[in-house]
Design a protein around this ligand. Structure first.
Ligand SMILES: Cc1ncc(COP(=O)(O)O)c(C=O)c1O
Length: 396
């Protein structure tokens, strides 16, 4: 099998159960199924050939009993974060989770009590809200502000008040930020750490998009901004966004503090989730060991796709404000020039454009007049999608 990636086309995903494509899932979510899906954050690209190769090889040993995370796996994770992000993770810090959303829920259960307060920064990836509310904790919203350059900035004054509240136990950071595609500046992270240390609040840093950051920006793992946060942070990572493996439900939760780790593992155990999926481990290990050349090709493709989106909006939809995407394969655009909310735009895009995007309101009220496009697909699909978006927006 060749090492080269295929970014020109992809096999039909209907019939595979894909949440993004399966007509029954589209119908349940959007009320229609004849739409081009450019919503949920998975890519219409085959994964790296080295990952497929490793999975096939594992199938040659047809025994799939209970499995625990093994040393070779941990070494692959450690080597990846050291080589890609300059972060030295110690072997005992690596904990397993069947996905980061699962980990968020488990961490909230493990590290906070009902009635405790948790700070999040909307508009933000929607499970941040659910994981707090559904577990009976109180949400404090440190809503992001938009600066003169149209980028999200943190309201540190409000954040300080919220962290100073005696009931605040946890701060959930999205780093890089989804849906804004923001790479936080080193100084932002340093200031966050300072406040969390001052008020003794644990930080959950969701770094799932860390490998998909666009030049000249660079991902900074939270503990590298200020190592004093090590004993007070949990960094959520996975190969799933970088290598398109979300269906394998495998992620790594890095917890340097022994006491936080004990609490997390106890909750994992109580929930019956201690045993990982063997195929997820095999895929992640292969991705981290052998997948860098493919990831580089992917990044080149995604950077070119991003240019395609920006050029299309500049030429065909010049009144629409796109937030500048520094990371992730998502573009976040504003509907102000149409004078409508995402609730209306969503329907018009579905009915007239035949395209499914994520409406901004799911990321909190601060996203009410925004929409999110997933541009991780072959250029021809992207061209078709952009034409559909224009048709939908023109009908507003
Ligand atoms: C910021 C962020 N965190 C977590 C996830 C999902 O993680 P998982 O599939 O591991 O639950 C996503 C998926 O889009 C995401 O954007």
């Amino acid at each position: 099998m060749s090492d080269a990636g295929n970014f020109d086309d992809f096999p039909n995903r209907v019939g595979t159960g894909a949440i993004k494509w399966e007509p029954e899932h589209l119908k349940a979510k959007f009320g229609v199924s004849d739409v081009l899906p450019m919503w949920v954050a998975d890519m219409d690209f085959e994964t790296a050939p080295c990952v497929v190769e490793a999975l096939k090889k594992r199938l040659e040993h047809p025994l799939f009993g209970y499995t625990r995370v093994f040393e070779r796996y941990r070494q692959a994770v450690i080597a990846w974060f050291e080589s890609q992000h300059g972060w030295q993770i110690e072997q005992p810090w690596i904990c397993h989770a069947p996905g980061i959303v699962a980990a968020m829920n488990l961490l909230i259960q493990a590290l906070t009590a009902p009635g405790d307060k948790v700070v999040i920064q909307p508009p933000v990836y929607y499970p941040f809200f659910g994981s707090v509310r559904d577990n009976g904790r109180e949400l404090l919203l440190n809503t992001l502000k938009i600066d003169g350059e149209g980028l999200y900035q943190i309201d540190f004054d409000q954040l300080e008040e919220q962290l100073a509240d005696d009931k605040t136990r946890l701060f959930m950071l999205c780093n890089p930020h989804n849906p804004g595609g923001r790479v936080w500046a080193r100084q932002d992270l340093i200031s966050l750490v300072e406040l969390c240390i001052r008020y003794d609040v644990v930080v959950l840093s969701d770094e799932i998009h860390c490998d998909l950051v666009w030049s000249p920006f660079k991902h900074l793992p939270l503990p590298l901004a200020d190592k004093r946060i090590l004993e007070q942070c949990v960094v959520c990572t996975a190969s799933s966004k970088s290598f398109n493996l979300a269906g394998l439900q495998t992620s790594d939760i890095i917890i340097p503090s022994a006491s936080l780790r004990r609490k997390y593992r106890a909750q994992l155990h109580r929930s019956g989730l201690s045993d990982p999926n063997i195929m997820g481990l095999v895929a992640t290990e292969a991705a981290y060991r052998y997948g860098l050349p493919w990831l580089k090709e992917l990044r080149t493709q995604l950077a070119s796709n991003l240019e395609q989106v920006e050029a299309f909006f500049a030429q065909q939809l010049p009144g629409v404000i796109l937030m500048s995407t520094q990371a992730t394969y998502m573009v976040w655009f504003n509907l102000q020039s149409y004078g409508v909310m995402a609730k209306i735009a969503e329907r018009t895009l579905l009915e007239h454009g035949k395209v499914a995007l994520n409406p901004g309101y799911i990321f909190g009220a601060a996203g009410d007049d925004w929409m999110r496009i997933n541009f991780a697909c072959p250029p021809t699909t992207l061209s078709e999608g952009l034409q559909r978006i224009k048709r939908g927006l023109d009908a507003l």
